[in-house]
Design a protein around this ligand. Sequence first.
Ligand code: 8IG
Length: 274
Amino acid sequence: MHAQNSDPFALAQAAADVIATRTGITRHRIAITLGSGWKAAADHLGETVAEVSAPDVPGFTVSGVAGHTGVLRSVRMSSGEYALIIGARTHLYEGHGVDAVVHGVRTAAAAGAEVMVLTNGAGGLNREWRAGQPVLIRDHLNLTARSPIVGPTFVDLTDLYSARLRALAHEVDPFLDDGIYTQLPGPHYETPAEVRMVRALGGDIVGMSTALEAIAARQAGLEVLGMSLITNLAAGIQKTPLNHSEVLEAGLAAEDRLGPLLARIVNRITEAGA
Ligand code: 8IG
């Protein structure tokens, strides 16, 4: 047990082994982490062949965040390939460390995935955006001052949010806008001054999850697609205070559109050959 905890990659392999045993699927070609507002999307992807409760899988815990389900699903897509849907996310602000935050991504890689789709709910800085609008992540600013990588492994992040996958997403919806995702540690939302800082730095989206996961995904050799559901405009841009129930409401309101959109993008990716 202690040996496992000290080696996050061994823990991810143990998780992948349990997933393979419990689902009967030895290889998941693509993995999708579902963030706030994206939960119902899983139902559109294909036929769910198995569900595993997150606490039954080594290294996963039930999230304390309302709107995060704590279930991993194996879904058979129209291409005949299997997708691993990760409905369990650990955030940096939960205090379990960076390895816990990126465990889902490392598990996806150990389960055989070549593509990692990271979705989240986030705040938007672009005044043209509206709550309930999905946008592609084009690049990120990691303002957590942390990395999931320990030691002298110098991972290239030039094309972190794969241009190839973004192009496939644009084939599905040419009107998808994109932006620079900025990860802050949270769990508090930004002050209006911090939102102005993010804007000055070139950020378009503020969130608390995806940048560290994307870095770990790239280290593991996965191709990354990132999508944010803009659930609110960032503090100071929208006039009303931010709250988590508003976030959940925006997610619910957008579900009808998000599910089919994500399903079409994921199926497009697997048909193109992951
Ligand atoms: I949902 O406005 C959601 N997550 N940092 N700021 C940050 N994270 C968020 C926000 C937001 N909305």
